[in-house]
Every structure is written in C-alpha cells, then in structure tokens.
Design a binder for this molecule. Structure first.
Ligand SMILES: Cc1ncc(COP(=O)(O)O)c(C=O)c1O
Length: 362
C-alpha cells in the first residue's frame, strides 16, 4: 500500500514509463533510426529490458559499472565516455557482451583501449567523438577526427565503427531549435563527406538527446540516437516542451513535515533526494515541482528538508500530507536511491534496485 511507504521514496508510474518507451521506439522506427538509449537515467536492467523489448538495438552507458550491470539486458553496449584510465579500459574490455563500443576523442584513449582490448583478446569498436557545440568532449576539427579514426582502424584489436556527438548544447524549447538543428545537420553532413573522401565513410553516426529527441530526424546523416531522460522525463523536459507534464513517470513521494512558518510547507525531500539541479527555461527556478500542483515548487532545500513555495497556490497543505515531487533533473535524483517502487493505478506493483548506481564492480 502506498500509504505504508516510508518517505522520501521514489515512485515510477509504470503505465507512463511503458508509454514513453513505446512512443520513442515507434518514433525511431518511423524514421529509420537505430535506438540505443542511455541507461544513466534509470540505471536498472528492469527498464533497460523494457527498452530492448521495444526494439532498442543496444544500450549506452557512461560508467563501467553501468555497462557491467547492463550486460544482463543487452549484448550490444556502447560506453560513451573516454576510456583513458587503464582500469576503466580494462573493465570495458572485460564486458560480457557480444559487441562493445567506446566513444573517444584522443590518441591516449585509443592507445589505452587498444592495450586493454589486446590484453583481453577481444575486439572493441570505436566511435570517434566530435564536438559540435557542446564544448565538453570531442575532436574539434574534421581532419583530426579522421586522423584519430585512422589510428583506431590501424590499431590491433580496435575497429573504427562510426562518429559520435552529443547535442547537449541544444536545450532551448523544442520549437526554438530550428537554427541549431540546421547547423548541426550541416556540420554532420560535411564531416561525413570528409570521412567518405578519406575512404572512411562512417557506418554509424550516433547522437541524440531528450531535448532534441522528437527532431532527431532533422539531424542530417544521423543513424542512431541515444536519448536517456525520455524514459522517466522530468521538470526540465516538460518546461522545454519535449514531453507533457503527464509524461513525467518518476516522482519522489514526500511527507509534509512542517507548516510552522507562514507561506510555506516543508517536506522530507531535500538535496539528498532531489539533487540541487537547475531548471532551464522556467520563469520560477526552484528545485522541483509537485506533480499534482505544478504551481508549487521546491523553493529552497537543506539536505533532508525541502521548502515548498505556496505563493501561487490555493492548496493548503497540512502536516502529514503526502506529495509527489517531479525533480528538475531526474537522472541525478534516481541515483540517490537504492530502490524504486513501481506503481500502477495508485497501487504498488513491484520494486527494483537501482542496480547500476555507484562505481564498484558489478
Ligand atoms: C554522451 C551522451 N549521450 C546521450 C545522453 C542522453 O541525453 P538525454 O538525457 O538528454 O536524453 C547523454 C546525457 O548526458 C550523454 O552524455
């Protein structure tokens, strides 16, 4: 029974997750795009298996532990993180999967990965990562990307498999992305042409994110998308119009613990349940909003306290009331919990561990 749960506790609305997963799988199919969801959002084989059952070709991971855990859900894993540290490279090379790919942007990473792959006696595929505006990782010039791809192609135990980029710099509202997407399509088109001219046409062009998800087919030569957040969605995704409010599948169930200070109510979900993540594009910032009263935001937080701003609501919370908070950035909130509770029609249906959280060997 939901009322018996000790709060704060993360709830996953199963019907909404199933709808989100099915909808994106259908979008990818319609546009002929391979779907390789990023598991950092849910970190659980339970949800990864649902994505695979709906046709995801493989999974994207950020950490070695994510990849180790996800080997139970897919035999085709991409680690979209530079494998520079030899321990990380060795863990990647040891993955129990049929096909392992890494995204990288340096000669050092090629060498570390080649050494680890050789030591493990297995071939590792390589995507060369290009920076198309995110300014995080990624080779800056196409000629340098080609040189790196050649280096990977020439390395024993490595195989050049394609190009990768992450359009994380495109976070404006979905309707305001035209110019940024057109630029991206031009950059990608030119890169693919240059690779082809060098005799290295990439078999895969891997990109995608949740903010740009529904417009992935406008990204020129993209063949594969890696959205993560879409599975649960969050306040940021709703604010920019990449999902509706009722597509938010993950909430933190919390209890009102104090109404002593006028104009506010305090819940038992603070930074250690919601994360201190900003929301972009909202007039009122805050650290989350209530699913059933979206006009109520979490105005400030301590570690275990969240202060609800009641300035714009006629709702009058009482001590002991329960609320469901939609976090600003769901991926961070998920990794703060050991276990999530799956609910359907207001009743608990199942529980599962957030198995890929942390760094330890799986
Ligand atoms: C390399 C990479 N690919 C894909 C994603 C998924 O993006 P989103 O969560 O916006 O769907 C991320 C998110 O951080 C990422 O870093």
């Amino acid at each position: 029974m939901l009322p018996d749960l000790e709060t704060p506790v993360p709830l996953v609305d199963l019907a909404r997750v199933e709808r989100n997963v099915a909808r994106v799988a259908s979008y990818a199919r319609t546009h002929g795009l391979a779907l390789r969801p990023h598991v950092k959002t849910h970190k659980s084989p339970r949800i990864a298996s649902l994505q695979v059952a709906h046709g995801a070709q493989g999974l994207t991971c950020a950490t070695p532990r994510e990849a180790e855990v996800m080997a139970s859900a897919s035999r085709d894993l991409l680690v979209a993180y530079p494998p520079v540290d030899p321990v990380r490279a060795a863990r990647i090379a040891a993955l129990e999967a049929d096909r392992v790919t890494v995204a990288l942007d340096s000669v050092e990473a090629v060498e570390a990965m080649a050494r680890a792959a050789g030591a493990a006696g297995r071939t590792v595929h390589v995507y060369v990562e290009m920076d198309l505006g995110m300014r995080r990782v990624g080779v800056q010039a196409v000629e340098d990307a080609i040189a790196l791809a050649r280096r990977a192609a020439d390395a024993q135990w490595l195989e050049f498999a394609g190009l990768a980029f992450y359009p994380g710099h495109i976070r404006q509202g979905v309707a305001e992305q035209d110019a940024a997407l057109a630029t991206l399509a031009t950059q990608l088109g030119e890169a693919v042409e240059a690779f082809a001219a060098a005799g290295m046409r990439p078999a895969v062009v891997s990109g995608g994110s949740t903010p740009t998800l529904w417009r992935s087919h406008e990204m020129g030569p993209v063949t594969e998308i890696r959205p993560g957040t879409y599975v649960y969605n969050d306040r940021t995704t709703a604010v920019i119009g990449a999902c509706d409010w009722d597509d938010c599948a993950f909430t933190v169930l919390a209890t009102v613990v104090s109404t002593a200070v006028r104009g506010q109510a305090v819940i038992d979900a603070g930074v250690k349940s919601l994360g201190r993540e900003p929301v972009r594009g909202a007039a009122d910032e805050g650290f989350g909003a209530l699913l059933d009263h979206p006009e109520v935001t979490v105005r400030s937080m301590s570690e275990e306290h969240g202060v609800l701003d009641l300035a714009r609501t006629s709702w009058t919370p009482k001590v002991g009331d329960r609320v469901r908070v939609v976090p600003n950035h769901v991926c961070v909130a998920v990794h703060l919990f050991d276990e999530v509770v799956g609910v359907r029609d207001g009743a608990i249906e199942e529980r599962w561990r957030v198995e890929a959280r942390g760094r330890a060997h799986a």
